[in-house]
Every structure is written in C-alpha cells, then in structure tokens.
Write a protein that binds this ligand. Structure first.
Ligand code: SF4
Length: 364
C-alpha cells in the first residue's frame, strides 16, 4: 500500500477514516437517497446542477426538475422553452442546454440509458471529466476519481500542494492523487466524502480542523499553512457594467424579447435596452436600479418606465422573438436572472398590479 511523503498514513487509512466520518456526518440530501444513488440520471442531474451552485439553492430546483422530467426520456421529449423555464434562476444556462442535448443523444444512441463507460460519457454534451467520474463512481460503483473545487482544497491542504491548483500541472497532480486514493469498494461514497469534507469542514475560510477526521496527518495544518492553501493564483477583479432596461408599456402589456439561440443566455427572455428599431416610445423616469452579480461582472441596470407611441419591432429585428407580455406571461417565460429581479420589483409596484387588469391586447 502506498505511503505518502510526510505521512505515516496510507491510502487505506485515509479511505477508512473518511468513509467512517461520512457514514456518521453526511448531510441528508435528495440525491443521496438509496433510490437516487441507483439512478444514473438523477446523479447526473444533481452533479450538473451543483456545479458553481450552492446545495441549498439546488435542492428545490432538483426536486422540481425531477417532477417535470423524471427520466431521460421525459427530458429528451421536453420543449427547449420548458427546459429553460425549469432552469430559470440557476444560472450558467449552457448547463441546461447541454443536459437537454445530451438526453436526446442518450435516447438516440444508448436506448435511453446513460452509458457506464467513461469515453461514451465524455462524448455527451456538458459531461466532462468531473461529471463522468461522479456518475461512474456513485451510480455505477466504478473506482473512478473526481476533482472539483472542494476536493482540490482538501487534497491541497492534506498534502501541502503549493502550486497553483488551477494550473495544468497542479490539476494533473490532483487527479493523480485522487486516482490513487479512490478505493475499489464504495468509490462513490469515498468521492462524496472528500467533497463533503471540503464543503462542511475543510472550508475555504476558517476550516474546522478540530472536527476533521484527517487532522492528525494534515501537512498544511501541521505547518500552519491551511489558511493559505489552496493556491488558486490571482483572482480576476470583478468589473462594473452599467446597463439599462426599458419597460415599454402598451395597454397594460410590456415589450420583451428572446435572446438569440446559441449566444450568451440564448433562448432566455429580457426587456429591451433601447435597441429596438421600429418601436417609438417616450422614455420616462428611472424607476429603479437593479444590481446583479454574474461571473466576474457586477451589473448596474437602470430601469426606465416608457410609454409606447407606435410601431412594432422592425423586420430586421425579427431574428429575435418579440412579445408584448402580460403580467401572466412575465411569470411563465424564462427570463435572464437580472431581469427576473426587475419583474419581482414590478410585482411589488402598483403599475404592475394595475397592468394585470389591463391585459386587453393579444401578444405579437
Ligand atoms: S486538518 Fe484542517 S486543513 Fe487539514 S484537511 Fe482537515 S480541515 Fe482541512
């Protein structure tokens, strides 16, 4: 059995301690039920949703998703708009597009069953090395490793890896270590235990080393470096971006447009920012400023109340879909996150409530 530098702890001891700890302390989560763990589709959905997203945020989305699309066939048969609506607010929408496209491919090429093979999984849209490792180890019991942000942090501290964990060399080292550690027995539970430790004990700030099952052998802790690791290089500064949104009202309906498919946030709805040829309107007062953080950008969106004076979106504008939306439509359509905040704001204002009673004209 391999014994690690600086350690008197073998891979077997690390596995044993972590699994014992996990059996006692794992959080109860919907994708950890016995039924979910046997279903590769549910593991796949949860892993995709959990990327870049907090567990507490994911839980209601995951439950609703499985009510709407309980299996690969249901997801493959769904309309793109329904998939986007179910994902609305979760962010990183390419994940939803890829899940949908991959489900269609699984039905077409694999008779609706996720393949238990790494290369076949990696060939599906949106499934990378991490997700393939999670599906293979958790749902199929294969000793495949995985490395996400939590695992990288735990391993970097446990083994005092000082190089940038995002560099290709750092990644190579982490994947190699993870591959050496994952056991043949209970590989899925072991991978989950590493992630769970990173999420609940070996946290980015103030890790709870006193509660850690690996504390005795943690090199970073012994050297007092646990607060400084992992090394993630220089974080890019977030950038302030000013935008505006026009609420152009016509008989209680407001003008909206769907972003072109394939582009950033493709298929989601938004309010125009003024670039709306063919429509004449009087720009009224600014009614709010909405702030929204997305990736490395901080958006400041000034919202203007406008009156429609005439016209319809010009022909060349028709490459995107336009719609005079009723208050009901605003709830039904999938909007970009920042503009969903505007709708929430509107729903608290009398103008919107009044609009709900003025929906007299048919949408475009
Ligand atoms: S001892 Fe502390 S720093 Fe080391 S792995 Fe455990 S929680 Fe992380």
């Amino acid at each position: 059995m391999r014994r690690y530098a600086y350690h008197s702890m073998t891979a077997g001891q690390i596995q044993k301690r972590l699994l014992q700890w996990f059996d006692r302390h794992a959080r109860v989560l919907p994708w950890r039920s016995a039924a979910a763990r046997r279903d590769p589709y549910r593991i796949w959905v949860s892993e995709i949703m959990l990327q870049q997203t907090q567990v507490a945020t994911v839980i209601p989305y995951y439950r609703r998703w499985l009510r709407l699309f309980p299996n690969v066939h249901a997801l493959a048969a769904a309309k793109p708009a329904a998939v986007l609506k179910a994902w609305e607010g979760l962010g990183y929408y390419s994940r939803a597009h890829n899940l949908h496209a991959a489900a269609r491919e699984v039905v077409r090429c694999h008779a609706g069953r996720l393949p238990a093979d790494r290369d076949a999984l990696l060939a599906l849209p949106g499934i990378g090395r991490y997700t393939a490792g999670a599906i293979l180890s958790i749902a199929f019991g294969q000793p495949e490793p995985l490395v996400d942000g939590n695992v990288a942090r735990v391993l970097a501290r446990l083994f005092a890896i000082r190089e940038n964990v995002k560099s290709s060399h750092g990644q190579k080292r982490l994947w190699k270590l993870a591959g050496e550690l994952v056991p043949a027995k209970r590989p899925g539970a072991f991978n989950e235990s590493l992630m769970e430790l990173g999420a609940t004990v070996c946290t980015p700030q103030n890790p709870h080393c006193g509660a850690c099952p690996l504390r005795v052998r943690c090199v970073a802790r012994r050297h007092g470096e646990h607060e400084c690791l992992p090394n993630v290089g220089r974080r890019p500064k977030s950038r302030l971006v000013r935008q505006r949104a026009l609420l152009i009202w016509r008989n209680g309906q407001v003008l909206t447009r769907r972003r072109p498919a394939g582009g950033l946030l493709g298929g989601l709805w938004e309010f125009p920012d003024g670039d709306c040829r063919g429509v004449r309107c009087r720009v009224g007062p600014r009614i709010a400023t909405v702030r929204h953080g997305v990736m490395q950008r901080r958006l400041d969106i000034e919202v203007f109340d406008c009156r429609w004076l005439g016209g319809e979106p010009a022909r060349e504008e028709r490459r995107v879909a336009w719609r005079w939306a009723t208050s009901r439509n605003l709830q039904q359509l999938a909007f970009i996150g920042a503009h969903r905040k505007i709708i929430k704001l509107l729903s608290q204002q009398s103008r919107y409530r009044a609009a709900a009673h003025l929906d007299t004209q048919k949408p475009l």
